[in-house]
Design a binder for this molecule. Structure first.
Ligand SMILES: Nc1ncnc2c1ncn2[C@@H]1O[C@H](COP(=O)(O)OP(=O)(O)OP(=O)(O)O)[C@@H](O)[C@H]1O
Length: 445
């Protein structure tokens, strides 16, 4: 890691002395004698910590802190002064300085302080880099697809992401509702705050209430300590309520209050807790139908559906199947360390004709499975599950039992990597029968 320090002091003797002392500690030191020179070096070099005199010929060093922090927020600045005043010290810290010390008096403090400032600068940079990585991973660029249907959904999501509007994501299971919720959050001004996701169908009503809103100590048997809820965790950020259609109707009232008034009451509490949370909800149910059945509050539905985005099913965007398959082929071959770089036209055609009830999640699983059991450099049609064979070209073309049997034996042979004993065992037939069928169907010799 770089350990670069910039000293800005017009007293040449002191500047030189400090430079020598600091260089002895293993840091690389840059020297400047005016504020302007200092800013120029900062723009050219990767500096982590600046030590700046307060009385500079062209600018006040306390003021300079502000200018540096505005341009480079991850650089730490220590103000050094010959005549320390409390007012100056306070202003320096207010402007963002790491610390403010007096020349001479605090000489023995400077090196430990420098080490702490360097640590802080490095940590801040690491956090910033990690944040950038996460943001990149979850942006709209990460959503694979070029069909009209998915592009229309992306355009809508991009537009709403920069606002604070509540969003309702609709779509079948596995269409990417959570992926969209992430992208909306990481494209909003809340992106540096928490994104908290909850699947409302995974908890009982009581547990979901205490998970979402927290509880006071003694609120119920087992509530020994006060517990913060997920809404508090998400304060300043975004809460993703997945499968909201499954939420108990009484809890729905509490969600409505958070949306309308930005407040809720913890389990067992009497006072309200305030939060500033953006809500993105998702469902694969028809909420209008649930309203009619009395399972979903109409007022909450209208609040949630201010901005609806309907995610297309994979069957509605078949032009994306090839692209998605290639995307996941690349991902899984990298993961498994296999060298598979292609898909046979029959394999692709099998995918394109399949009825994708589980949408992208199903496609992802099919590719993962095929990559695991594939031996060669290409994904071939026999790596697809049996139900794909109805569609795949080169697959059993007739409904004759023999045709299906041939394919099934071939698949199991492939799975066992040609081990006949294991194949016969899995098929529940004798070894001699297997050999006879291999001959009959001209499978592999
Ligand atoms: N456009 C896309 N590009 C690449 N991968 C995607 C895309 N959309 C979804 N996926 C992947 O598909 C899987 C399912 O996505 P996700 O969990 O977001 O779906 P969902 O609609 O929230 O499903 P459910 O309703 O079951 O919760 C995930 O592994 C996700 O990474």
């Amino acid at each position: 890691m770089q350990q670069n320090i910039l000293i800005i002091d017009d007293e040449k003797k002191l500047n030189g002395l400090l430079t020598r002392i600091i260089e002895l500690e293993g840091y690389k030191v840059f020297q400047a004698y005016t504020g302007k020179e200092g800013l120029k070096i900062l723009a050219q070099e990767e500096i982590q910590v600046v030590i700046s005199d307060v009385k500079l010929p062209d600018v006040n060093g306390v003021e300079l802190v502000k200018q540096i922090k505005e341009k480079q927020p991850y650089v730490e600045v220590i103000n050094l002064t010959a005549f320390g005043t409390i007012a100056d010290g306070v202003l320096s810290i207010k402007n963002g300085a790491f610390d403010y010390i007096t020349k001479g008096d605090d000489n023995d403090k400077i090196l430990p302080m420098l080490a702490r400032a360097m640590d802080k600068a490095h940590l801040q940079l690491q956090v910033h880099n990690l944040q950038n990585k996460i943001v990149k991973q979850f942006t709209f660029e990460g959503i694979v697809g070029h069909s009209k249907a998915i592009n229309a959904a992306i355009d809508l999501a991009k537009k709403v992401s920069v606002t604070d509007t509540t969003v309702l994501l609709l779509g079948e299971t596995g269409t990417g509702k959570e992926v969209f919720a992430h992208a909306i959050h990481y494209n909003s001004k809340r992106k540096t705050e928490n994104f908290v996701a909850v699947n409302c169908s995974s908890f009982s009503k009581e547990l979901l209430e205490s998970e979402l809103f927290g509880h006071k100590a003694g609120a119920f048997t087992g509530a020994l300590k006060e517990k913060k809820g997920l809404f508090e965790e998400a304060d300043g950020g975004t809460m993703f309520l997945d499968e909201i259609g499954e939420m108990d109707i009484n809890l729905q009232a509490k969600i409505l209050r958070v949306i309308e008034q930005g407040e809720f009451i913890k389990v067992g509490d009497t006072k309200t807790t305030k939060v500033n949370v953006r809500i993105i909800a998702a469902t694969n149910r028809k909420l209008e139908g649930e309203i009619a059945k009395g399972n979903f509050r109409e007022d909450l539905f209208y609040r949630l559906s201010v901005f609806q985005i309907l995610l297309p099913s994979l069957n509605e965007r078949r032009d994306d199947i090839g692209l998605l398959a290639k995307h996941y082929l690349k991902e899984y071959t990298r993961k498994v360390g296999q060298k598979i770089n292609d898909m046979s036209p029959e394999f692709l055609s099998g995918l394109e004709k399949h009825n994708w009830k589980g949408n992208i999640r199903e496609l992802k699983n099919i590719i993962e499975r095929a990559v695991i059991i594939c031996d060669g450099p290409t994904l071939t049609v026999d790596l697809l599950p049996l139900d794909f064979y109805d569609h795949a070209e080169n697959a059993p073309s007739s409904f004759a039992l023999s045709s299906i049997e041939k394919h099934h034996i071939n698949k199991i042979l492939h799975y066992t990597k040609g081990n006949k004993t294991e194949t016969a065992r899995l098929l529940g037939i004798g070894l001699t029968t297997l050999y006879r069928k291999i001959d009959e169907y001209e499978l592999e010799k």
